[in-house]
Every structure is written in C-alpha cells, then in structure tokens.
Design a protein around this ligand. Structure first.
Ligand SMILES: Nc1ncnc2c1ncn2[C@@H]1O[C@H](COP(=O)(O)OP(=O)(O)OP(=O)(O)O)[C@@H](O)[C@H]1O
Length: 260
C-alpha cells in the first residue's frame, strides 16, 4: 500500500515546551491507524499538526509531516486551507455541535462543498443524498431539510461525518468521534468509518480513549505516552501481545465493540 501521510521524527512545542518528541509513523492508503494514550499524552496535538492547526502557541520544531510530497509544517496558510477539508477531512467529538444552529443541514452542506468547488444546490443535494444512502441513513431528504436541533445528537454527529467526507478526502482525521455518543450510535459510527474506507479507500487516523472502538476499527495502533511513541505496530500484535506495562493498563478496559 502506498504511503499517504508520514510523520518523521516530529517534535511539537507549545510556548517552547516540547509536548511531542521524536515521533514517527506512516499512514498508508486505506489504512485505519488508532492512536491511544492517556489524557494529555499528545494525541490531539499530533492530529492538529497534520492540519496546520496548532494555533499561535504551537509549532512543529523538528522533523517533517509529509503529505503528497509536501511537508505540512512548511506550507503557507493559503495552501493549508486548500488541503483542509478537501484533501484531509476532520471529525471531532462535537462535530454535531459545530453545525450552525440556524441553518438547515442542506444549506450547510451546499456551503461546505461550494467553498471548494463550483456546484449548484441541486448537484450538492444529489451528492449528499447519495452519500446518506450509501451510509444507510434513513430519510436523507428529511435530514437535508432539517435544522440541527431537529435531529438527535447522534444523527448530528453522523451528519458531521458526511460533511467531512463530501469532498472524498483521501485522509480522514477523527478525534474522539464516538466518545459523546451512546453505544448504539457508537456502533453506527464505527460501521460508517469502515464503510467509508470500503467505498473510497479513505485512510483514517482515529484518536480515542475507547479501546473497544480501536479494536473494532484499527489495522495499526500507535500507543502514545508523554508525547512519545511507547508502542507501534499491527493492531492484532498490540492488542494481543502488548509489550509495555503502560499499554497493558490502557487495554485493561474490556472491548465493548467488535468488528462486524
Ligand atoms: N494550545 C495549547 N497551549 C499550551 N499547551 C497545550 C495546548 N494544547 C495542548 N497543550 C498541551 O499539550 C499536551 C498534549 O495535549 P493533547 O490535547 O494533545 O493531549 P491528548 O492526548 O489529546 O489529551 P486528551 O485525551 O485529554 O484529549 C498537554 O500537556 C496539553 O496541556
């Protein structure tokens, strides 16, 4: 499989203090990589760095993050804006909450696609309803016409995933995409991520506290401890034979979800 996103000896500092040190890993086309680690270990920071979203205080101070032969930390904001959304999609824990409350889902989808390419409202709707159907949403037409408050939190989160995938980015970064959801919706979101990979060959980095979600989805796992890689390898290897005591502790939570 071709490499699509490569972190090489990355160090990231906030206000001069390193929170990620000497971190390397590679994401391949269609691969789902789970990043796990205690709170504060640097998981979200790793994802934000790939989007150039570290803010004013944060900076990649060493190493490279290669995406399609470009080194992300070297790119100007204008180029990063083109990559975000179109080439690298993102979903967060509160993707649903980040929807605008006073505009319909349809309007927001239309605007989101229009930001990247010329499209009519009818074409945008056709694209969205097609993706809704492929992801087994019931009643896409109603969702298109709804305001976020008319949908459940879980449904808004699923809409957030559709929004992130409308441009069919080859990479999807998902930061705790299931942690605010009840178990039934969690399962749907897990199925949706697998279906996206099947439909579009999307490569995914999934950051989560939930080992059950990781074991249901990930091909490879990176265990992060205090901003450094504690273990990195195939999901099977790490879930069955964790080498570090730290990993064993993280895995002590019984997996709730299994791959269907
Ligand atoms: N904007 C910021 N300014 C200063 N320090 C920050 C900033 N963002 C993150 N940090 C620090 O970087 C470290 C890593 O944070 P990060 O949010 O990446 O961890 P995490 O593993 O994603 O945690 P959680 O699981 O709780 O979301 C923490 O020590 C955090 O305090």
């Amino acid at each position: 499989m071709k490499e699509i996103l490569t972190y090489q000896s990355v160090e990231i500092c906030f206000n001069g203090t390193a929170v990620i040190r000497d971190t390397s890993f590679t994401l391949h086309e269609g691969e789902i990589l789970g990043i796990v680690g205690e709170s504060g270990s640097g998981k979200s920071t790793l994802l934000k760095a790939a989007m150039g979203l570290l803010g004013n205080d944060g900076m990649v101070t060493r190493g490279d993050i290669w995406f399609q032969e470009k080194d992300i930390p070297d790119l100007p904001e204008k180029e990063l804006r083109q990559i975000r959304g179109e080439k690298i999609g993102m979903i967060f824990q509160d993707a649903g909450a980040s929807l605008c409350p006073i505009r319909t889902i349809g309007e927001q989808i239309y605007e989101s696609i229009s930001a990247h390419k010329k499209i009519t409202r009818a074409e945008a709707k056709g694209k969205a309803l097609d993706l809704f159907e492929k992801l087994y949403f019931k009643d896409g037409e109603r969702i298109w016409n709804s305001y976020p408050f008319e949908l459940s939190g879980g449904m808004n989160q699923r809409v957030g995933i559709v929004l992130a995938m409308l441009m069919q980015p080859p990479v999807l970064l998902a930061d705790e995409p299931t942690s605010a959801l009840d178990v039934a919706v969690q399962r749907q979101v897990v199925q949706e991520i697998l279906r996206l990979r099947e439909l579009f060959g999307t490569a995914v980095i999934l950051v989560t506290h939930d080992i059950g979600v990781v074991s249901a989805l990930a091909d490879t796992i990176l265990v992060l401890k205090d901003g450094q890689v504690a273990e990195y390898g195939s999901a099977r290897q790490i879930l069955q034979y964790p080498e570090k005591e730290y990993t064993q502790r993280l895995l002590a939570a019984v997996p709730k979800l299994r791959r269907a």
